[in-house]
Design a protein around this ligand. Structure first.
Ligand code: CA
Length: 199
């Protein structure tokens, strides 16, 4: 049996590990040790929690306050680390990929604007710039412009070889160009909102 691993591609996942086996009858079998997971969908104009996207080489963490959802996606410490989602565009045009993130002094000792790459359907990467904040508890927002055609797209945000990574991502959204960052889905405030409507 041969186990193949793509060198330098981060943690073992379904995307970089393959098992080849020749049975006693000579039959060649190729398999993946994981069932392929469906890519999470992030609807245009809605806030999507970073920790709920398809993560490769990133951990779901909650050791810094102020996040929404159940935590944040932490890391981008290695080249090849990525977060992926699918989205469907109804109307072709200009969109912003907006991200809520934290960036402070990294494990490499640097306090600087970091970058990640946005790759739509495997196309030419678009650079996302992430200026540093005052601490790892400060959540900031940044955007990058994307031209999207109508239809379904797979969007991957990755640390490429030319990116500096090392940021935490609380949430992101794809919104029409210039639109405000969406608010998170409220979890425990529905009764309070109903009360206010009644007054
Ligand atoms: Ca979050």
């Amino acid at each position: 049996m041969t186990v193949k691993y793509r060198e330098g591609s981060g943690d073992f996942t379904q995307d970089n590990l393959q098992v080849d086996l020749t049975t006693s009858t000579g039959q060649a079998v190729t398999g993946s040790p994981w069932v392929t997971a469906e890519t999470p969908v992030c609807t245009i104009g809605t806030l999507c929690e970073g920790e709920a996207l398809q993560l490769q080489g990133l951990a779901s963490a909650k050791d810094h306050a102020g996040y929404t959802g159940s935590g944040f996606a932490a890391g981008f410490e290695n080249v090849g680390n990525s977060m992926t989602f699918a989205t469907t565009v109804q109307q072709a045009g200009s969109y912003d990929l907006a991200m809520r993130y934290a960036n402070n002094r990294g494990g490499d000792g640097q306090l600087e604007t970091r970058t990640l790459s946005i790759v739509v359907d495997g196309g030419t990467p678009v650079t996302l710039r992430l200026p540093a904040g005052e601490s790892w508890d400060e959540w900031k927002q940044t955007t990058a412009a994307l031209d999207l055609t109508a239809g379904k797209h797979t969007i991957r945000i990755e640390r490429s070889a030319s990116d500096s990574g090392r940021v935490n991502v609380d949430s992101l959204a794809v919104v029409p160009s210039g639109a405000a960052y969406p608010t998170p889905t409220p979890r425990h405030r529905r009764s309070g909102l109903r009360l206010r409507c009644g007054l």
